[in-house]
Design a protein around this ligand. Structure first.
Ligand SMILES: Cc1cc2nc3c(=O)[nH]c(=O)nc-3n(C[C@H](O)[C@H](O)[C@H](O)COP(=O)(O)OP(=O)(O)OC[C@H]3O[C@@H](n4cnc5c(N)ncnc54)[C@H](O)[C@@H]3O)c2cc1C
Ligand code: SF4
Length: 477
């Protein structure tokens, strides 16, 4: 359906079909009545899994073609396609730790989130159920009101040695790579090429959320870019899109990620000193070791273990915490009898959001990203990890370190529409409402006031469910 042809008016216009928008829409459809008129605008096309396999790609344009870089070239990775990052993600789904939400109160660092772990916890459970997450429910670091829907994946022998050495601090990595087959997905077979899963075992919007977009209340506009909002008497009233579509609605929901949420708001004339600022992402440092006499690669999925030794209860006042992720993806040795005696781990560090990492965007231009570098907060912790790692891994027979590499990107773009309690300290409130435009709601990692070493997507999904539940509560008849 073309909106310009019909000049329809909608109740709600949603931008994007990634995790943030899709989880919001899922809850919205449960709570709104059968007459609701909802339009979803997605700049990408819909590429089903067969098309992705045949073409060995997911997109018709690369994410990097949709923005420009100013000073400080850095890779920022995302997928402009129906389903957004769910197409290419690796499906690692840790919850944040309770202290991630209280960095100011616990460590005197930067700022707190406008809600706590306890307030988000029921929505973590719901997001885990919707994605059929496999995980170890006994982990004491993340208080839970119900178990994971699936048991954890099988760990490797190095994982088990670390779990014995660090009870409660080393655990099976929770993931949306199916442990057992579900109604729509086969069990993961540990092939380790998850950015395009050959058997469709990881959760994607395409394989689990298609009926949300088939709902008769939803009009889906693909290949249409949301450009800016128009205001009437100071209140947003229409969304102007590429191909001249102009969409009138009562409420606007932006789930376009941490580059395009602020870009749309900047183009719309919203002014706030934090808008587009504090652009950040986590930093991954990969290490490859040879092991002496210990075989690896017995796990039932690609990435199998999470170590919280430098994360839970770490002193985060002046130095970043790090999450240690172990890999079951075979990287074989050539020596006879030793080919499985190798281990790759990644340490993931949070960065400190900074005003000098930001994006600019003027009318109809692409966003321009400026990056002045990672913070000393993160770089000091990376240096410290280099010296601490051999003692942290002393439960393993490390023979030698082969390789250490700082990754170009983690694909976790965060921070550019900072949320908080009032317009004095933030762009949006704890439910994503723009303080000065309450009929505009922003979703996703752009709202994160501080980072975390944990992968962000489960938290993004839980926040979307919480916002939709609060802003559109179920009607009681
Ligand atoms: C290779 C890779 C691996 C990853 N692995 C993990 C992982 O294991 N665990 C984890 O937690 N996270 C992972 N991530 C991060 C994860 O993909 C993101 O956190 C997640 O996709 C963010 O969801 P979102 O809905 O906010 O944004 P997106 O998924 O980016 O969705 C935004 C959507 O909005 C659309 N859009 C953007 N601008 C406009 C516009 N102006 N008009 C219309 N539509 C627009 C885009 O096309 C896209 O479909 C990974 C990322 C990458 C790149
Ligand atoms: S390990 Fe293989 S089967 Fe499992 S999710 Fe990744 S690509 Fe799919």
């Amino acid at each position: 359906m073309s909106v310009t042809d019909t000049d329809q008016r909608f109740d709600i216009a949603i931008v994007g079909t990634g995790f943030a928008s899709s989880f919001f829409l899922h809850r919205l459809l449960k709570n709104t009545d059968s007459n609701a008129r909802i339009v979803v605008i997605e700049r990408g096309r819909k590429r089903d899994i067969q098309w992705q396999r045949d073409n060995y790609r997911q997109l018709h344009i690369e994410g990097s073609e949709t923005f420009t870089t100013g000073f400080g070239a850095k890779e920022w990775l995302y997928t402009p396609s129906f389903g957004g990052g769910s197409n290419c993600w690796w499906a690692c789904t840790p919850r944040f730790l309770p202290e991630d939400f209280e960095m100011k109160r616990r460590f005197g660092f930067d700022r707190d989130w406008p809600f706590t772990y306890e307030q988000l916890e029921p929505f973590y459970c719901e997001a885990e159920d919707l994605m059929s997450i496999a995980g170890d429910s006994r982990s004491p670091l993340h208080p839970r009101s119900r178990d994971f829907p699936f048991p954890p994946h099988i760990m490797t022998e190095p994982d088990r040695a670390l779990a014995n050495a660090y009870p409660g601090l080393f655990t099976a990595l929770p993931s949306a790579r199916a442990r057992k087959s579900t109604a729509r997905r086969p069990a993961c077979c540990a092939s380790g090429v998850c950015n395009l899963c050959p058997i469709d075992a990881k959760f994607t919007i395409l394989n689990e959320f298609s009926e949300v977009y088939a709902d008769p209340r939803v009009t889906l506009l693909l290949n249409t870019e949301a450009l800016h909002l128009e205001t009437e008497a100071g209140k947003p009233s229409a969304l102007v899109c590429s191909n001249a579509a102009r969409i009138k609605a009562e409420q606007f929901i932006l789930g376009a990620n941490a580059i395009f949420n602020p870009a749309i708001l900047l183009r719309s004339g919203l002014e706030h000193p934090l808008l587009g600022r504090r652009l950040n992402e986590q930093i991954g440092v990969e290490y490859e070791f040879d092991l002496d006499g210990m075989d690896n690669y017995q796990g039932s999925t690609s990435l199998t273990g999470h170590g919280y030794m430098e994360y839970a209860h770490a002193e985060r006042r002046s130095r970043s915490a790090a999450l240690i992720e172990t890999s079951n993806i075979p990287r074989l040795r050539l020596e006879k009898g030793k080919w499985r005696q190798r281990l790759t781990i990644k340490c993931i560090f949070e960065d400190k959001p900074s005003q000098s990492n930001y994006l600019l965007c003027s009318q109809n231009d692409k966003p321009e990203l400026h990056f002045s570098g990672y913070s000393g907060y993160a770089l000091d912790a990376i240096d410290r990890m280099d010296t601490r790692l051999s003692s942290l891994l002393s439960a393993l027979p490390i023979e030698k370190l082969n390789r250490r590499e700082i990754k170009d990107t983690e694909g976790h773009i965060l921070g550019t529409t900072c949320m908080g309690k009032s317009v004095d300290d933030s762009v949006v409130d704890g439910f994503g409402r723009v303080h000065t435009w309450p009929n505009v709601v922003v979703l996703g990692g752009s709202n994160f006031p501080t980072s975390s070493p944990s992968n962000p997507t489960l938290t993004i999904c839980a926040m979307s469910l919480r916002s939709a539940q609060h802003l559109f509560p179920a009607r009681t008849s």
